[in-house]
Design a protein around this ligand. Structure first.
Ligand code: FAD
Length: 299
């Protein structure tokens, strides 16, 4: 069903996604072009062509999807790194192209067989795409970073991204920390953090030292210690960082469902029998009020 013309268009919402997104492209094994929406990317990703849209920011989803659709003709695969924004835009793109869509791809068996987590990550489903084009969002942690390959020339493309909506303002939340679902380091706190201020000081303090994102358990969110959007787990966000630090977290199955793709899990808990130690790569039996500030001061 894949024609000889099979080719991937890799859409980068942010140039920082380039190397990991190209890792997916190399795993897919098809020739690919890169469409960089904002900023410019390294020329040595192995792409045939690099198209720079040169936007200062990604416009609202209807405009962005229409703009991408205008250059997507002829590609068998269109993919982007998975996050809330790319899912919003690419779902509309799939609609415009009348294409199949597979989100949160973590592995592949062939250019038409993709693996993705379902039921909060407790099951990995294999999805076969029966027709192209297919639109994909990809979790880069599932793929090796790209090897650098020969340079490609960059071209500037002018895309019409006119939209039926307009962003009239923006205010930063989370102190400019990385997106929880994309972060390479996540520091999370649980119920024993006393209040929001203590949570921010202790958990946020270590996260900032490590350049990471902040996460929380549902118990911490429910008791008002942490913001709703920080919840990690079955009914929260699924994370896949290189390093996940869990402080004062027991390790419920619901929380673990959100962190099991983490490469290294470090647990700090004063109860040596806490279930989190069964899955942690490194464990420290200690009071988090001593251990986390000490760790922060030593990083
Ligand atoms: C349908 C459903 C969906 C759910 N979804 C989620 C979800 O998405 N995410 C999620 O996280 N939970 C979820 N939960 C809740 C989950 O079952 C647990 O209740 C929750 O994860 C526990 O959070 P916790 O580890 O912070 O609290 P606790 O289980 O109370 O654990 C606190 C831990 O901190 C340790 N501790 C206490 N004081 C200190 C200290 N000073 N220093 C060091 N360690 C200390 C304790 O030994 C304990 O192990 C869900 C539950 C249900 C029923």
């Amino acid at each position: 069903m894949l024609s000889k013309m099979s080719k991937l268009l890799l859409v980068l919402f942010d140039p920082s996604e380039a190397l990991q997104a190209a890792g997916f492209a190399q795993a897919l094994g098809l020739p690919f072009d890169v469409l960089s929406l904002t900023g410019t990317v390294d020329p040595d990703l192995g792409a045939d062509r690099i198209l720079n849209a040169g936007w200062n920011d990604v416009p609202p989803a209807d405009g962005a999807a229409k703009a991408i659709a205008s250059v997507a003709t002829g590609y068998s695969h269109i993919a982007a790194v998975s996050n809330m924004r790319s899912k919003d835009v690419l779902a509309r793109l799939a609609g415009l192209l009348d294409a199949a869509m597979v989100t949160d791809v973590i592995g592949l068996e062939s250019p038409t067989l993709f693996r993705r987590p379902v039921v909060a990550g407790s099951i990995v489903a294999t999805v076969e795409v029966l027709a192209t084009p297919v639109v994909l969002t990809v979790r880069p942690a599932g793929f090796a970073k790209a090897e650098r390959r020969g340079s490609s020339a960059a071209e500037t493309v002018s895309l019409d991204a006119s939209s039926k909506a307009r962003r009239s303002g923006a205010s930063a939340r989370g102190g400019g920390r990385p997106d929880l679902t994309q972060a390479k380091v996540v520091v999370s706190g649980g119920r024993p953090l006393r209040d929001a201020e203590t949570f921010e000081k202790i958990i946020g303090g270590l996260a900032d030292k490590l350049g990471g994102a902040v996460g929380a358990t549902r118990a911490a969110v429910d008791s008002g210690i942490a913001a709703n959007e920080l919840q990690v787990g079955q009914t929260g966000k699924i994370v896949a960082p290189n390093l996940y630090i869990a402080a004062g977290i027991s390790g419920s199955t619901q929380h673990m469902a959100g962190i099991k793709d983490s490469k290294v899990i470090v647990a700090i808990n004063k109860d040596a029998d806490a279930p989190i130690f069964e899955v942690a790569d490194f464990g420290l039996v200690a009071d988090l009020y001593d251990a986390v500030p000490e760790l922060t001061s030593k990083v």
